[in-house]
Design a protein around this ligand. Structure first.
Ligand SMILES: [Zn+2]
Length: 173
């Protein structure tokens, strides 16, 4: 995670009250994460930060377009996403994640690093099932790919190990 320092908010100098920030996560952002299910994307992150005397309150409003892999034909496609989230930051002796919504920052901190949060929120915005949208009531999937997958599946024995194939079999049968 060493190179990730794109999305930070230096909060020390801020006055108490509300402040607005805007960030963008683009292809290069998602490329930094090996585990990213988003292969490409252009996502806008709007943050309302409310600085209180002893803690910070962050409201995230995320929206944009991302490219993911279709569960059915395994080809990439672009989809719109939207997500909202809240993060509370309080201060302590050392930095640690108290819960999904509460981050404790070491007293010596002067900025918040948001890359990991933005990454997680974008993934939370993805639907459980990702399938090409229909075009004029016809599947938007790559039918040739599905044919290949079906042929492959037909030749496989039941002890197939890749869960993706099992999932596909379930869909085809
Ligand atoms: Zn598809």
């Amino acid at each position: 995670m060493g190179g990730l320092r794109q999305h930070t908010i230096p909060f020390r100098g801020l006055k108490e009250g509300k402040h607005e920030f805007e960030f963008v996560a683009d292809n290069s952002f998602f490329e930094q994460f090996d585990s990213s299910e988003v292969k490409k994307g252009l996502v806008k992150i709007r943050i309302d930060l409310i600085k209180h005397t002893t803690f910070l309150e962050l409201h995230f409003d995320i929206g944009g377009r991302v490219t993911v892999i279709c569960d059915r034909c395994l080809e990439p496609f672009a989809m719109g996403i939207k997500h909202q989230a809240e993060l509370y930051i309080r201060f302590g002796e050392k930095t640690y994640e108290q819960s999904e919504e509460v981050l404790v920052l070491a007293d010596s901190s002067f900025e918040i690093q948001l890359d990991q949060y933005i990454f997680e929120y974008v993934h939370l915005a993805l639907p459980y099932k990702r399938i090409h949208p229909e075009i004029n009531k016809h599947s938007g999937c790559n039918e040739e790919m599905i044919k290949k997958i079906e042929d492959h599946t037909a030749h496989e024995e039941t002890e197939e190990t890749d869960p993706r194939w099992d999932k596909l079999k379930g869909l085809i049968n």
